[in-house]
Every structure is written in structure tokens, then in C-alpha cells.
Design a protein around this ligand. Sequence first.
Ligand SMILES: [Zn+2]
Length: 449
Amino acid sequence: MRRGRWLAVLFCLCWLMIAAWPAGAKGENENTDELAVVTADRVNVRQGPGVPYRPLANVHRGETYRLLDVKDGWVKIEWKPNRTGWIATPYAAPVQRMEIVQEDRLRLRQEPSLDGRIIGHLAQGDRVAVIQEEGEWKQIVTNEAVGWAAASYLAAAEPLRNSQRTGVVTADSLNVRIAPSLDAERVGRLVRGEHVEIVETKQDWYKIVARSGSGGWVAADYVEMKSGQAVESEEDAVVASVSPVGVSLAAIQGNGPRRYVSRWTRGPIQALAGKTVVLDAGHGGKDGGAQSVNGVVEKALTMETAERLKEKLEMYGARVVLTRAGDDYVPLSARVAAARLYQADAFISLHYDSAADRDASGITVYYYDRFADYGLAQSFQGPFTQLSTLPFRGIAFGDYYVLRENERPSVLLELGYLSNPSDAGTVATDGYQEAVTTAIASAVRRYFE
Ligand SMILES: [Zn+2]
């Protein structure tokens, strides 16, 4: 009974959020300021808005990505489903709109004038990003160049949001890939009955965003289209309330997922506003930590977890500080000092376990101080128990330096055993990283509630 009432409340909340969505959002700059196009040949995507931040990936001229934020001469993009990073603005520009070239061998010029030097040609049907307009000219970005084309030979591409629909996964297990090809890297997995938003179609593939938060390409054969809207039942509304991504999908209601994502960072859920969380990715540099039989190194995995977690906590409005920015060796004393320096409301040290007993498996939460740390540790009980991928071993006292010497509320999480081949295989997957960081973010929210 109580559960039923909760469902009803959540359901109403979701609808309220939809109703309260700024009316100006719809139609305003339709299909714009949501994409960024890369304007230089090869550009680093960095972990943060500045050159000192670690490069995560390379992107190339003409490629478009979801634009999430603009800050101090840097733009934040989603360079891979659920992975974000920053590009310096000279090398990326917000897309005004996507357009289709209407004539074969359309000239691309250096200047917006018939006297402008010809720097290339476009083919009929090419999809190009328009970044600026000047009189009868539009500045566009292709894989080869940035130049100007006569506006009369360009026509607006069909907005993606018009083709956006809801689907349900019909296969027991459906791979999500980074590109529409069976050879493309697998970035996630969906199970039967999962709801997805279809944002793009390419031959036999759908580009989807799942309610669970993962996104990418799936074989269209295994997704059944639904004609209904994003939120149809109480059950859907509850799913939608679990994760911020879910809420975004509930909140879009015909407004397109890309539209939402650009607003998401300043979205309505700011449960952790004013809180500072220091995330400590265990090990680093010369200290690799534990290593699995299949070569997974703890220091790399803890960093991956920290980065994903940082993103999630920031979505809830928290200020998040990492004790290391890349593969650096940072002494334990410096990690503890960061908690003091930033007056952390919570310090979370991330690790992966190792034991002589190869059967040892699962997640453990360690605390040191019965008074200062135990409350934080306890908030993990629920989210970790609900995690289906690895067993939760429980909350335990741990005499670790980063806890013992810490003046701030702190816990150390061991998120699976690298010494156990099965655990090691699990923890390295995209699905586990998503699930475990969602669980941790949920625990942090519980703690501050
Ligand atoms: Zn460790």
C-alpha cells in the first residue's frame, strides 16, 4: 500500500516536472545550440576545461557531438555515449543547424563572397553543419574544411527530434555499439523489455538512449517501435525517477533528448547543491594497485569509476574534486590533505580488491570512525544490496590511512575482486561501471537527504 502511494507521488512529480518545463524551451532555437562541430583537423577532448587536464580522446573536423556546456572558452561535449569532455572553443563551434547540400559540386569558399578563393566542393546530399550566416552565405564545416557556401543551395535537414520514437527491446540480450556496425565496439547491453528512445535511424540500426542511461547503436530487428509517448504508466514514471537520465527522458516529451541534455547540467535536480565530494581514485602512476589475470590494472579502473561518478554527482549539483587528474602518483597524505583543503562533505576512496582466495567476490564498504564515518558508510547498504551484478559483502571497519588520518566523513569502497576472474571480467564492463557509479551517487544522495 505504502509502495503504491509512493509510486503515485513519483508519478505526479514527473508530470509536474513536465508541466513546469519552461514553455520557451519548445521551438526556441529549435535544433540548435545542442550540437558542437569540430572545426580543426584533429583535436584533443580533455577531462576538464583547460590544457592541464588529461586528454581523453581525439575528435576530427566535421564531426558533430552533443553540446552540454560552454565555459571560459571551452565547450563540453558528449564524445561517446555517456562520456563527456572539453574542447577549446577555437577548435569547436556551436552548430546553428544541420543542412543538406542541394547541388552537386557546390563550391566552398574561403570568404563569404564570389571572389573568395575556392577551397573545396560539396556533393549533393551532403549533410553539413552551419555555424554562421552572413548575407547570402553560410559558413559550414565539412570533414575537409571550414568555408562559405551560397545559402540558396542549402536546405534544412529534417530535425532529428521528428523521427524520435519510443521502442522496447525484444531480444533477451541486445548489444549497444558505438557505431551502426556489428564490428563496432560494444559499449553496453540491454535486456528484454527495456524502453529506449530512438533518436536516429541508419539502415538496419537505431541510435538509442535507454532509460537505464546507456546510449549507442542497436540492431533495429530487436527493437519494437511503440507509438506512445515517453511516460505511459506508473512503472515508467518510477523508472524515470531513478536516474537523472531517466528523468530527462520523462521530461523531454516530444522535445527531443538532445534538447534536454543541453539543459540537463542546470536541470531541476540539484539534490547535492552546496556539497563538496572529494573522489579519490585509488593508486596511480608508479603504484598500479591490484591487477587481474586478464590484465585489468586497478589504477586505471579506479580512475574510470571516479570520472563517471564525478559526472553523476555534478549532475546533482555537487562540487566534485578528484585527488588525481590522470595517471599520477599521489601520496596518501596528499589525498587526505585534499579532503581538508576543500572541506569535503564526503570523501570517497575508490578501489578494486584482491585476495589470495580466488573465489572471494563482491563489494565492501570500509569506514574508520564509528561516529564521523559510519553514517556515510551506512548509506551504501541499500544501493549496493540492490546491485544485481556483484554481491554486497557489507560494511566493515578498515584501518586505512586515507580513512584513519581523515578529518572529514570518509569511506573506502572496494568495488569487486580483480583476483577473481569472474569479478574482474564484470568490473571492466561499461554496464558495471554505469551501475556501480549510479549506486554510489544514489548512496551519496541518501547520505545528504
Ligand atoms: Zn586499492
